[in-house]
Write a protein that binds this ligand. Structure first.
Ligand SMILES: CC(C)(COP(=O)(O)OP(=O)(O)OC[C@H]1O[C@@H](n2cnc3c(N)ncnc32)[C@H](O)[C@@H]1OP(=O)(O)O)[C@@H](O)C(=O)NCCC(=O)NCCS
Length: 272
């Protein structure tokens, strides 16, 4: 019997070796080594800790591995591929659990449907009474179009899109980028920030805002603005986070209704 060294074997930074029985087909020991500071180590520890605390997930993982190992007895790659989705899903739950119930992260491809869902539902909730009800009722019809739009936006990486994820999935997002209506090159813009109603008031909005403004500051911007409907109660949130009414207004039309938008400005991103 001897150890067979397999190098990184698909994971950057890994050193993988396996000890087989005398037939050299049945793996007895699989050893995966990483440098002490590797993020892979932390990932594996979170995964392990989560399974220790969540016996149902541990059982599901165990059962899946047993089933796959019987089905693909001599097909190591198919066995590994078969458990990948489950591992990713458990790992996502594990990170949320480790972080105390929610996680702020950059949006990735695959998040577009949940972001479009938050976008639509938050609009229907916040703009009730502010925009025509017919228009709000028709919003679900735009779901596919919006989903494609978010997918393109995530793929192109021209905007900074961050999401808040809980065990219920994505419950909020924000989107920042360079100013679209200002010649001032120091100026960034908050394009959108939305949370589902049941997750408001938990600090998620501030976490999204602070993190986004910090990233814009790190990209070299010194100030940021956003547009907000003059009757949107979110104005209080912007004020609470240090934004001021610039006095600049914009007339627009949403769902055949004339509306006025106000420009609120965070004058010093140094505070974030
Ligand atoms: C605006 C929004 C993102 C805020 O998120 P949130 O998680 O509810 O806000 P937070 O819990 O982080 O609150 C941060 C602070 O703002 C205050 N605040 C938030 N919303 C407020 C409101 N509508 N009125 C008064 N104060 C408010 C909070 O009380 C808190 O103050 P504190 O630090 O003194 O406790 C969320 O309410 C939302 O999705 N609104 C609807 C969408 C929307 O209008 N988007 C903007 C379009 S321009």
């Amino acid at each position: 019997m001897a150890f067979f060294w397999k190098g990184e074997y698909g994971i950057s930074g890994r050193r993988y070796c396996a000890l087989y029985d005398s037939s050299e087909r049945l793996g007895l020991v699989h050893l995966h080594m990483f440098a002490k500071e590797s993020p892979e180590v932390e990932k594996h520890l979170i995964f392990r800790d989560y399974l220790r605390e969540h016996p149902n997930s541990a059982r599901l993982y165990d059962q899946t591995k047993k089933t796959l190992s019987q089905k693909f007895r001599n097909e190591r790659e198919k066995y590994t591929e078969g458990k990948t989705d489950l591992i990713q899903s458990i790992l996502r739950q594990a990170k949320i659990w480790k972080n105390g119930g929610h996680l702020l992260r950059k949006a990735e491809l695959g998040d577009e449907a949940e972001i479009a869902n938050v976008h639509l539902n938050s609009w229907r909730e916040i703009y009730k009474g502010l925009l025509p009800q017919d228009y709000l009722d028709s919003l679900p019809l735009t779901f596919s179009r919006r989903m494609r739009w978010w997918k393109k936006s995530i793929a192109e990486e021209r905007e900074i899109i961050q999401i808040i994820e809980t065990n219920e999935g994505i419950v909020g997002f924000s989107c920042f980028g360079p100013a679209r209506r200002s010649e001032d090159s120091d100026m960034a813009e908050l394009y959108a920030i939305y949370l589902l109603e049941r997750h408001k008031g938990k600090g998620f909005g501030f976490e999204l805002l602070r993190s986004g403004l910090k990233l814009m500051k790190e990209s070299g911007f010194k100030k940021a603005y956003c547009w907000v409907l003059d009757k949107n109660p979110t104005i209080e949130f912007y004020k609470r986070t240090g934004a001021q009414n610039s006095g600049v207004t914009m007339d627009a039309e949403i769902g055949d209704q004339k509306v006025t938008e106000l420009m609120y400005i965070w004058k010093d991103l140094g505070e974030f």
